[in-house]
Design a protein around this ligand. Structure first.
Ligand SMILES: [Zn+2]
Length: 221
């Protein structure tokens, strides 16, 4: 049994490695929060510049930033920051902790953080990415001393956010904004269909409810 997600907060930071990380798994909850008056800020370590096969980083980085900005707008997020750290090589970035600390400190009103899953795999045969693990670990180091809520977006949730069909549709529209990225990733499945399948995978449904699960890392003292 998962617990209802806390509501005693007003500003959440979403700390992720790449464009599209906020959309895989979190977007329905984010739409629920922004439409109920919560403030949500995305902080992305990289611009995902190595993420589009066959496209040079100098072209892919700016393109993916624009896709991420449009994706955020679909779920009511207009505050999106890119730290410009190296995609696919986050664990080697010597200033990772320093840059993340500065970015978090720039939002002193933050009372909740959601960061990336740090475990080795999402499930059998589904390995997690090194960038996710490196940034997730750094986020825990940086946020722990603040004594605020921290969750991660991964398997074995402890808490759930109740969302609506409207939130699910906004999440699909949000992920579908990563249009070029998804089209290159899977040229044979239409982008909207890819987005719908991914978002459906990230929610659980039963009679009368739709939920997004999140795993508690630490709570306010
Ligand atoms: Zn990622």
């Amino acid at each position: 049994m998962t617990q209802p997600f806390p509501t005693d907060w007003s500003h959440a930071l979403i700390l992720v490695a790449h464009p599209d990380d906020p959309e895989y798994g979190l977007a329905p909850a984010i739409n629920h929060w922004t439409r109920t008056g919560k403030k949500v800020t995305y902080i992305l370590a990289t611009s995902g510049e190595e993420g589009i096969e066959g496209m040079p980083a100098s072209e892919a980085g700016p393109l993916r930033e624009q896709e991420q900005i449009r994706a955020g707008a679909q779920v009511g997020v207009h505050d999106i920051e890119f730290l410009g750290l190296p995609d696919s090589r986050l664990s080697e970035a010597p200033d990772l902790h320093e840059r993340l600390t500065a970015a978090v400190k720039a939002h002193p009103d933050t009372d909740l953080v959601i960061s990336l899953y740090r475990g080795p795999e999402w499930g059998p045969g589904m390995p997690n990415q090194a960038d996710h693990i490196a940034f997730g670990d750094a986020a825990v180091d940086v946020v722990a001393p603040l004594g605020i809520w921290q969750f991660e977006n991964g398997p074995e949730p402890t808490h759930h956010v109740e969302v609506s069909d409207e939130d699910v549709q906004a999440a699909i529209d949000s992920l579908a904004e990563h249009e070029v990225y998804l089209r290159v990733l899977d040229p044979t499945t239409p982008v909207a269909a890819q987005a719908r399948a991914q978002v459906y995978r990230s929610i659980s449904r039963d009679q009368g409810w739709i939920r997004v699960g999140l795993r508690l890392i630490s709570r306010p003292a």
